[in-house]
Design a protein around this ligand. Structure first.
Ligand SMILES: NC(=O)C1=CN([C@@H]2O[C@H](COP(=O)(O)OP(=O)(O)OC[C@H]3O[C@@H](n4cnc5c(N)ncnc54)[C@H](OP(=O)(O)O)[C@@H]3O)[C@@H](O)[C@H]2O)C=CC1
Ligand SMILES: O=C(CO)COP(=O)(O)O
Length: 320
């Protein structure tokens, strides 16, 4: 049995994909009423409407029902991960724990695998990341993701356990690179949304994506990642998807910001907290990440849009 913790859009889509491939899946949600509703209707109406849960997906609000899982996929928003593990981590350490979230924890300024390792020190930890919208996975559209694990043998086992004929998993042992790519692309996607929402045009978005990618590399290499990881699915691949699709919540959030419109605060927008966390991290490390900093300031209301744009355009001219 594979356990999926978090019945959000992504957790539910992964549960459905794995179950369609013949795996028994137990999907955990914190809300007992939602679990009852999913059990009765076989649909997660709140987070992934229109997708029927296969028979081999069990839904539960009891962590004890996850005992004996071959792997536990943690599909919670980044800023919820630490609190969840502080309460429940001790019950999960028997199986490899696979982080499925993208972001940097504001409290520790680390990514999800370090948060898991800190809370569950004896667990084998991995990361599933890369370009994929939950809705696409749920429709069985072809998708390729990165399964990163420092333990090569465990990574290979997880790759084979979690891959399906349409969900192709590439393996990596560069966990730092994979998680920083996934975290930072959301910040750049917010900036790309701002550019389009403010009517600055596709050329400006291409410039922003490229310079955003330079920031992703600057931070990731400083933290020990490999450049080729950033050029892979978890970095470049996810950057392209998220900066160019209106399916992305980060892009849509940025678009609303750029257009001066409001945005539903209940929607998960990982790049917002991560922009702040990465700005803090960059400051501590003495790194210059101007786009990330501007996104953080803009979200906080500490700068207005014209000032943010002017500030980026008026930086000293330099070598690429
Ligand atoms: N959606 C997508 O296309 C993709 C998402 N991801 C990543 O997956 C992660 C989850 O995103 P996604 O599924 O889309 O988010 P959603 O907003 O769809 O769902 C979030 C889920 O997390 C639950 N949750 C929130 N806080 C807690 C908590 N403290 N304890 C327990 N459960 C909690 C919510 O429960 P409740 O409903 O009760 O609030 C809900 O089930 C993010 O890091 C995202 O970047 C990665 C790839 C694709
Ligand atoms: O991570 C994602 C695509 O790979 C999902 O993007 P959003 O969280 O911006 O919707």
């Amino acid at each position: 049995m594979i356990a999926v913790i978090g019945a959000g859009a992504f957790g539910t889509a992964l549960a459905v994909a794995l179950a369609r491939n013949g795996r028994a899946v137990t999907l955990w949600a914190r809300d007992a009423a939602q679990v009852r509703d999913m059990g009765a209707t076989r649909v997660n109406g709140a987070r992934l409407p229109g997708v029927v849960l296969p028979e081999n997906v069990s839904v539960t609000a009891e962590i004890a029902d996850l005992a004996g899982a071959e792997a536990v996929l943690l599909s919670l928003p980044m800023q919820a991960l630490r609190g969840f593990l502080a309460q429940q981590g001790a019950t999960l350490v028997d199986a490899p724990l696979v982080a499925c979230c993208k972001g940097i924890d504001l409290a520790s300024l680390t990514g999800p695998t370090a948060v898991i390792q800190e809370q569950c020190p004896t667990a084998t930890v991995a990361l599933l990341t890369g370009p994929s919208f939950a809705a696409d996975i749920a429709r069985s559209l072809p998708t390729a993701l990165t399964l990163a694990c420092a333990d090569a043998a465990a990574g290979e086992r997880l790759q084979h356990l979690l891959a399906t004929p349409v969900l192709r998993l590439y393996r990596s042992d560069d966990v730092t690179g994979a998680e920083l790519g996934g975290a930072l692309k959301n910040v750049v996607a917010i900036a790309a949304g701002v550019v389009i929402g403010a009517g600055l045009g596709d050329s400006a978005r291409a410039a922003l994506m490229t310079r955003g990618y330079a920031e992703m590399q600057r931070l990731a290499l400083a933290l020990g990642a490999r450049a080729e990881t950033l050029a892979g699915l978890s970095g470049f691949g996810d950057l392209v998807l998220t900066c160019t699709s209106a399916q992305s919540r980060n892009f849509r959030f940025g678009h609303a910001l750029g257009a001066g419109q409001g945005f539903d605060p209940t929607v998960t927008v990982e790049g917002a907290a991560t922009a702040k966390a990465v700005s803090n991290l960059a400051e501590k490390r003495g790194l210059d990440l101007p786009i990330t900093r501007m996104v953080a300031l803009l979200i906080d209301g500490a700068v207005d849009l014209p000032t943010a744009i002017q500030s980026l355009l008026s930086r000293p001219l330099k070598k690429e």
